[in-house]
Write a protein that binds this ligand. Structure first.
Ligand SMILES: *[C@@H]1O[C@H](CO)[C@@H](O)[C@H](O)[C@H]1NC(C)=O
Ligand SMILES: *[C@@H]1O[C@H](CO)[C@@H](O)[C@H](O)[C@H]1NC(C)=O
Ligand SMILES: *[C@@H]1O[C@H](CO)[C@@H](O)[C@H](O)[C@H]1NC(C)=O
Ligand SMILES: *[C@@H]1O[C@H](CO)[C@@H](O)[C@H](O)[C@H]1NC(C)=O
Ligand SMILES: *[C@@H]1O[C@H](CO)[C@@H](O)[C@H](O)[C@H]1NC(C)=O
Ligand SMILES: *[C@@H]1O[C@H](CO)[C@@H](O)[C@H](O)[C@H]1NC(C)=O
Ligand SMILES: *[C@@H]1O[C@H](CO)[C@@H](O)[C@H](O)[C@H]1NC(C)=O
Ligand SMILES: *[C@@H]1O[C@H](CO)[C@@H](O)[C@H](O)[C@H]1NC(C)=O
Ligand SMILES: *[C@@H]1O[C@H](CO)[C@@H](O)[C@H](O)[C@H]1NC(C)=O
Ligand SMILES: *[C@@H]1O[C@H](CO)[C@@H](O)[C@H](O)[C@H]1NC(C)=O
Ligand SMILES: *[C@@H]1O[C@H](CO)[C@@H](O)[C@H](O)[C@H]1NC(C)=O
Ligand SMILES: *[C@@H]1O[C@H](CO)[C@@H](O)[C@H](O)[C@H]1NC(C)=O
Length: 779
């Protein structure tokens, strides 16, 4: 049972002293009575609909002794007050490590759908599985690593390299979890862009954990941006990162946690540490960590700190409140949640979620190339299937990778990641299995070689028998060595299979996971497979499942590579989702949530090997870098084809709140998610999109904004997207709502979001480099 509050109404606010704007985190600060910036009790944040939960939290904490508060903030239960410790688990593609759950497409797949409804549907279904297992807090959704470098090992788990798209998805995830009754624990805060040297306070080398150093403008405009969305969408927990920021541990960083997060963004919830994020008692306590280890926060240490001024009563009270407020906000006190169960318990929470997995998987597949009408497939006579990524791994599918380095290729169909991105499969439909089913109903003959490097050239028994018989001088003639009982006269080699199939499907993957960064963005083994097939088969279709940007240039222009499907890791229905697109049951509509370069050297940021990682590139990551420095990508951010085509017309804008635009800075109070009027719509942009092809399809119309020079912004930035289903021959109107923040830049001097005067160009199109319409607005 969890605490219910009917009987503790009437308990009043904690006896907290008045606020003044002084930061904690200064470990030499010695004031037992001062209230610091970032405390909920100082009233600086307009809590809005969090206020009810706040009152309940304060009422509960008011009954606690300091020892009970210490128990709560170190993850313990207080039986006397009916407070049961919250269970927090990874991640957002399933309750990681649990049996009888659904393995959903990874977050990066979801980001590539560019569809708000699909995101919400999936996040709600995931949340329902956590709820059903009795878990209260998720370590997710996961905004970052964002993709400062394409080598980052965890990009499969995150929401794309653009702050706007990432922020929208992050916010929808937070709201979905909250609505279902789970506390979302958004991560990783902040500037956690690589795995290398992430762990190891006190390591002899002094390198780990690395420090990410970025300037204030970059922090706001690129990395903090999605957290605004998350917190606005009621994220009740934030996970601080393993790395340092500007030389101070993220989990002990006053500027980051008490300043940016709890003051500027008005975050009302609890800050929880990533593994090894906490390394001191008072540094973490004053720096803004709310939940920590009893190793650092013993009763004695906390109380002595309060007594001698190394810590404060007000901060302890604030932490206790933050540890319980989310529980009340999401309604976990309503007594409805099933009891917490262990990983192996038979509690089936899967409902009909496999349908969501299949739909979202198909919606996450980007069609990168399609020539000679290669796709969709239409009852091919024969198909040959190649590569380990087409079939099941030898032992599977429910695997739990350790948090460590992983090889760059997975020898089986890759449908989930590792570490925080791991799948917990109750079954997995591989492409081979799904294609078998199609072949059976469509009269197709299929063959496969589920190995990237297969070199055997055994000739089949039947073939041998024919030859032997012909030379035989009598008798049955079965004198040759018995070959494989394949039943056909085909040599078992990749070139031979490729040369005789009408359609060749080459499946490759790129793998990485939590704990190690990628060492390569393409692999010789996988690229040789594709090239070998394409050299022999004039209709080679490549299917790529990858954790992050994957260089395709070894073969993308090969004349025999007629089509390419490219996606992240698609979960337990992966094979079905891929067949749905190959056969045209689903018209592809996904878009790249990052840039695919022609060469590795075209990316501007690699893995940092030093103690200090200086984000000198500022806001210029991914397409913002390619655009500014005029580097031609292979496939740009936002790119993706369809089986139909679309025409854009009639761009227009209207200023929907001119009085707001007249003010350079926001004027509202700080609420949950920052100044409240940052979220007000100020401009609306519209356009018409027509489907001029022969099949129905979804188009993802995108809005990019070019700012006046005074704003010092990238060449253009995504500020709207709308995925719409448009029937063949029909047309629809799309509209993009620009909120005040979408037209603002971070004014470092004023320490506020500002709107520059000058001319804004709104470009509407099908990708970041396929801009079909332009319209300008002057402020
Ligand atoms: C830390 O606090 C002490 C005492 O209030 C003050 O003298 C000192 O300047 C502060 N240091 C910093 C870096 O803010
Ligand atoms: C402690 O804070 C109180 C209230 O803000 C203030 O009056 C007092 O001077 C502070 N003491 C020290 C030692 O800074
Ligand atoms: C704790 O819960 C039990 C059972 O619901 C109830 O009898 C008791 O009054 C509660 N105690 C407090 C302090 O809320
Ligand atoms: C980090 O340091 C930079 C450069 O001094 C500064 O602009 C920025 O505000 C700092 N941010 C944080 C969170 O410490
Ligand atoms: C603090 O004291 C309480 C009550 O004695 C105890 O239950 C709890 O385990 C202690 N917590 C720590 C972190 O020592
Ligand atoms: C306060 O007490 C703690 C715990 O004993 C100790 O580590 C710290 O140095 C003390 N601080 C001061 C200012 O005396
Ligand atoms: C693939 O085939 C090659 C050559 O026949 C063999 O050496 C290798 O072990 C096979 N790989 C796997 C993963 O089975
Ligand atoms: C069959 O005879 C032909 C012609 O003599 C020869 O080239 C071939 O190697 C023989 N095949 C077998 C399987 O002995
Ligand atoms: C394309 O495939 C055909 C076989 O269909 C082959 O003859 C040709 O050499 C291949 N082209 C290239 C460039 O490899
Ligand atoms: C591919 O080769 C087959 C036979 O080898 C031929 O019928 C077909 O027209 C070729 N397709 C293309 C696109 O060249
Ligand atoms: C980081 O890079 C910025 C911009 O190039 C530079 O001003 C700053 O001094 C660098 N910081 C460090 C610690 O190297
Ligand atoms: C719109 O502007 C962009 C960027 O200046 C340009 O590349 C594109 O061609 C323009 N589109 C039209 C239709 O003018």
């Amino acid at each position: 049972m969890r605490v219910t509050f009917a009987h503790i109404l009437g308990v009043f606010l904690l006896p907290l002293t008045l606020a003044h704007n002084k930061r904690a985190g200064n470990t030499t600060a010695t004031n037992t009575t001062s209230l610091v910036e970032g405390l909920l009790a100082n009233g600086a944040v307009d809590l809005g609909d969090w206020d009810v939960a706040y009152q309940k939290a304060v009422a509960l904490v008011a009954q606690m002794t300091n020892e009970q508060k210490v128990t709560v903030i170190t993850g313990g239960s207080v039986a006397a007050l009916n407070w049961t410790a919250l269970e927090q688990k990874d991640a957002t593609q399933n309750p990681a490590g649990y049996d009888y759950v659904t393995s959903f497409p990874l977050a990066s797949a979801l980001a590539s759908t560019w569809d708000r409804d699909l995101m919400t549907t999936q996040f709600r279904a995931v949340a329902a599985e956590f709820y059903g297992k009795g878990i209260q807090v998720t370590s997710g959704p996961t905004s970052q690593p964002m993709g400062r470098t394409p080598y980052s090992g965890r990009l499969d788990e995150t929401l794309g390299a653009d702050s706007y798209l990432n922020g929208i998805a992050f916010g929808l995830g937070s709201q979905a979890f909250t609505d279902v009754g789970i506390i979302p624990g958004g991560k990783h805060f902040l500037l956690n862009e690589q795995e290398t040297n992430r762990m190891g306070f006190g390591s002899p080398s002094g390198i780990a954990p690395y420090s990410s150093d970025a300037d204030d403008k970059t922090i706001h405009e690129t990395y903090l941006w999605p957290f605004y969305d998350g917190i606005k969408s009621n994220m009740g927990a934030v996970m601080c990162a393993m790395n340092k920021v500007n030389g101070t541990a993220s989990c002990e960083n006053d500027d980051l946690l008490m300043g940016l997060l709890k003051t500027e963004l008005g975050f009302p919830g609890m800050v929880v540490p990533d593994v090894s994020g906490q390394s001191t008692a008072y540094g973490s306590a004053n720096g803004g960590l709310d939940y920590g280890s009893s190793t650092y926060w013993s009763n004695a240490t906390v109380q002595e700190g309060i007594n001698n001024g190394s810590f404060s009563q007000a901060l302890l009270d604030d932490k206790a409140v933050r540890n319980v407020i989310g529980y009340f906000y999401v309604g976990l006190n309503n007594g409805s949640q099933p009891a917490y169960v262990g990983q192996e318990a038979y509690v089936d929470v899967r409902a009909n979620h496999s349908a969501i997995v299949r739909t979202n998987g198909a919606a996450a597949i980007v069609l990168l190339k399609n020539t000679n009408n290669a796709l969709p497939l239409s009852k091919p006579r024969s198909i040959a299937l190649f590569g380990a990524n087409a079939g099941p791994v030898m032992a599977g599918p429910n695997y739990e990778f350790t948090v460590s380095g992983t090889p760059s290729l997975y020898q089986g169909h890759l449908a989930a990641g590792a570490g925080g991105g791991q799948g917990s499969f109750s079954y997995l439909v591989t492409p081979q299995e799904a294609l078998n089913a199609r072949a059976r109903t469509e009269g197709t003959m299929i063959r496969w070689i589920l190995n990237n490097t297969y070199t055997d050239d055994v000739v089949s028994f039947f073939h041998k028998r024919q030859e032997t018989s012909a030379n035989s001088t009598g008798g049955g003639g079965f004198s040759g060595p018995a070959g494989l009982s394949g039943g056909t006269s085909l040599t078992h080699t990749i070139p031979a299979y490729a040369a005789t199939a009408q359609v060749c499907l080459a499946f490759i993957n790129a793998f990485s996971g939590e704990g190690a960064d990628r060492t390569e963005l393409r692999s010789t083994e996988a690229d040789s497979l594709v090239t070998t097939v394409a050299d022999n088969c004039n209709n080679t279709i490549v299917v790529v499942n990858t954790v992050g940007p994957r260089i395709l240039d070894t073969w993308i222009e090969h004349e025999n590579v007629t089509a390419v499907l490219y996606s992240s890791l698609l979960g337990q229905e992966s094979g079905n989702s891929i067949m749905d697109v190959l056969y045209g049951d689903v018209n592809p509509s996904a878009r790249l949530p990052y840039t695919i370069a022609k060469n590795e050297s075209d990316y501007n940021v690699g893995i940092c090997e030093t103690a200090v990682c200086n984000f000198t590139e500022g806001n210029y990551i991914d397409y913002k870098y390619f655009d500014k420095y005029d580097v031609t990508p292979r496939f740009e951010f936002g790119y993706g084809l369809s089986y139909t085509s679309f025409e854009y017309s009639n761009a227009a804008f209207s200023i929907t709140n001119s009085s707001a635009l007249a003010s350079m800075y926001p004027t509202g109070p700080v609420g949950v998610g920052g100044k409240t009027d940052l979220w007000d719509e100020v401009v609306s942009v519209t356009a018409d999109v027509a489907n001029i092809g022969t099949v129905d399809g979804h188009e993802v119309a995108q809005l990019y904004v070019a700012f006046p020079d005074a704003a010092d912004q990238p060449v253009r930035q995504l500020r709207g997207f709308e995925r719409s289903l448009i029937a063949s021959g029909a047309s629809t109107s799309v509209s993009f709502s620009l909120r005040r923040r979408d037209l603002s830049y971070w004014d470092v001097a004023a320490q506020d979001w500002a709107i520059a005067t000058g001319t804004y160009t709104f470009s509407i199109g099908a990708s970041s480099r396929d801009l079909r319409l332009n319209v300008t607005m002057t402020i």
